[in-house]
Design a protein around this ligand. Structure first.
Ligand SMILES: Nc1ncnc2c1ncn2[C@@H]1O[C@H](COP(=O)(O)OP(=O)(O)OP(=O)(O)O)[C@@H](O)[C@H]1O
Ligand SMILES: [Mg+2]
Length: 400
């Protein structure tokens, strides 16, 4: 591991690349550049869709472009150039650790990945040493790309593939089960009429009929789930949707003394969405909340308008942030145990004796169809917080 002292600046910092104009002959990173071409190369670096950070041997920051600032969530400042990179990037210790190692490593990583835990981001990077004519190392440069959205896309594709094969199988099974189940229900009904005087037989047959009905309902849900989703998109007021969802959830699950608090930001914009399906999203989340709280506790629903910054690698026409609405459904129940967090969106995963495990997969499917996303987090008190992010207008550049 690199020692920080290896890269501490010695003496006065050298003149930063981007802060000079015409004194570039000694700059290591884009060294042999004709004077007249400086602005072109400066534009080139700043227009790159990759992040670039270069440091000199004395540990001063030689170059950093806008994309690097964006990825590392740092405010761009011209005065950063020439300062010790450890100071400029102080808030990103994972990054300074990698850069510090650039002068010590004999084999530098090509296509390595770095997870920035504090930002919940993943970057893919290449690290190179910069050498002068004599082959002496005079600096290091890191090229990188934000892989967060790539990872999210891959995860969505994996999920889609899994659901597609699971869906085919489930559709086949459901289809085969439908007829025998209907047969059981009809036959049990006929039998009931033949034993009118036997209360025991009557009650057993009633049980058979209600269990067959339940199985039929599950089969129906399964078929609903595997069918491709079709949205009826219209301008949808989320405030209305959330209020409806509270009423629906109360009618489908035991609310008991659970307090439901709505904190809906002022002037929430309407979104392009399917009102009915979005209502199902929040109803399912609320039902899960009621079930987790078991009649006692608090659920808060907080909605706010946000601007999502997006990865330029995915931008096609504009660099504008995407307007979106974030809805947090938070409960103060027991939360989802860490070892189950990866599984709760899997179809048929349930910890409830009577659950079908389709609530959250349906939620995810609907949110996905809206180009949105859903994330689970641990609420401050240890309960569950489901965050649904929905773009205001569908068909935007987000995740497309
Ligand atoms: N708010 C929550 N608090 C704690 N655990 C939760 C919460 N929401 C979901 N879970 C966990 O996730 C699992 C899957 O939820 P999901 O809604 O998909 O299915 P279910 O509620 O078990 O059954 P169904 O919704 O089909 O009736 C639940 O069984 C539960 O273990
Ligand atoms: Mg559920």
């Amino acid at each position: 591991m690199a020692r920080r002292s290896d890269v501490r600046p010695r003496g006065r910092p050298s003149i930063p690349v981007a802060a000079t104009s015409g004194r570039r002959a000694s700059t290591p990173v884009i060294g042999r550049v004709a004077k007249g071409e400086d602005p072109f190369f400066r534009r080139l670096v700043s227009s790159m869709r990759n992040g670039v950070i270069a440091i000199r041997r004395n540990g001063s920051l030689a170059l950093i472009n806008d994309e690097a600032y964006r990825i590392f969530a740092l405010p761009p400042q011209a005065a950063d150039l020439g300062r010790p990179f450890g100071d400029v990037l102080r808030e990103r210790p994972d990054l300074t650790r990698v850069l510090s190692g650039a002068f010590d490593l004999t084999t530098l990583p090509n296509r390595a990945e770095l997870r920035l835990r504090d930002l919940d981001r993943v970057i893919g990077y290449t690290l190179s040493q910069v050498r002068d004519e004599q082959g002496r190392v005079i600096g290091a440069v890191m090229f990188f790309k934000d892989l967060t959205q790539v990872e999210q896309r891959e995860e969505r594709e994996r999920l889609r593939d899994r659901l597609a094969s699971l869906g085919e199988m489930a559709a086949g099974i459901a289809h085969e089960l439908k007829n025998p189940l209907a047969g059981i229900e009809v036959m049990a009904g006929l039998l009931r009429r033949q034993v009118p005087d036997s209360p025991d037989a009557q009650s057993m047959l009633a049980d058979i009929i209600s269990e067959a009905k339940l199985a039929n309902a599950i089969v129906g849900e399964m078929l609903d789930f595997v069918r491709p989703i079709r949205l009826q998109v219209e301008r949808t007021d989320l405030v209305e949707v959330l209020n409806q969802a509270v009423t629906l959830a109360e009618s489908q699950a035991m609310r008991g003394d659970v307090l439901v608090e709505l904190d809906l930001g002022k002037d929430l914009p309407s979104i392009d969405g399917d009102q009915y399906q979005l209502c199902q999203v929040f109803t399912n989340l609320l039902i899960n909340g009621f079930e987790a709280l078991d009649g006692r506790g608090r659920i808060t629903i907080k909605a706010a308008a946000v601007e999502l910054e997006h990865d330029p690698a995915f931008a096609t026409d504009s660099r504008q942030p995407t307007p979106a609405i974030v809805v947090d459904v938070t409960d103060d129940g027991p939360g989802v145990p860490a070892q189950l967090r990866d599984r709760i969106f899997d179809p048929f995963f349930t910890t409830k004796p009577k659950g079908s495990g389709l609530g959250l997969p349906i939620v995810r499917k609907i949110v996905d169809a809206h180009d949105g996303r859903i994330d689970l987090a641990v609420a401050p008190g240890g309960g569950a917080r489901f965050r649904v992010t929905l773009p205001v207008s569908s068909g935007g550049a987000w995740f497309k």
